[in-house]
Ligand binder design. Sequence first.
Ligand SMILES: N[C@@H](CCC[C@H](N)C(=O)O)C(=O)O
Length: 283
Amino acid sequence: MNGLGNEIIVADMRGRADRVSASAAVALAADPGTHFDQVMAIHDARTPGTANYIEILNADGSLAQACGNGMRCVTQMLAAESGQKHFVFETVAGILTADEHPDGLVTVDMGKPRFGWKDIPLSEEFADTRAIELQIGPIDAPVLHSPSVASMGNPHAIFWVEDDVWGYELERFGPLLENHPIFPERANISVARVTSRETIDLRTWERGAGLTLACGTAACAAAVSGARTGRTGRQVTVTLPGGDLKIDWRDDDHVMMTGPAELEFAGTMDPATGAWSRDREVA
Ligand SMILES: N[C@@H](CCC[C@H](N)C(=O)O)C(=O)O
């Protein structure tokens, strides 16, 4: 499936005790037929009141705590299967809800953002995480500097720029910043431009996956950071390379993300090795 071009494998692991292995993820990501950004593995519920436990793997085999685009894909798949429209899921980051609308768009309640330096986490104390001391490029003329940092369950750094987000070599700076010692668990790195009080342009280098066409949690992190720094209001449209997401940072502190999801094809895979075959095409 994909969520605005963010490439997602939804793995149906219900009724079984094994997991999608890190080596299976790496093998599937390396295969052009199944290249992906995240695997969303749907497991049986482990907490009463939830439909399923969702485990998230990045293309490098690492585990992620959250994936906004992937949650929309999971919701759309389960809605198509059951006719149900409202879901309660559990991830390692906590419990979240998702709703499919009559127009096919899906809203996910991504929970509450966290801004404390230990929550993100950062390796050193910053009292104010709206702009931390971090830069890349020449010391006296940094290319990117002073990002806002936030956790949407997973760590994000948002570098605000005044000009076109496509003018920045994110493929070069992304890996350096993702692995910067300030981020002990690495981080998702975004370049963001505010184009009005209600609109943000965004490109993201994803932790464990690289450049992607869209990152839902980065859109949420950019939206809350935009509002927190006075750049935007609390309801924004975030334009990613793959399309638009609507983000609403509600007064109860929950971040609601709305956007599409799309089925590409279905197949069968071995979650231990990543060996797979295609079942059927989808027009
Ligand atoms: N594509 C995702 C984010 C996936 C997780 C990320 N790479 C991480 O390791 O935190 C999204 O849509 O949110």
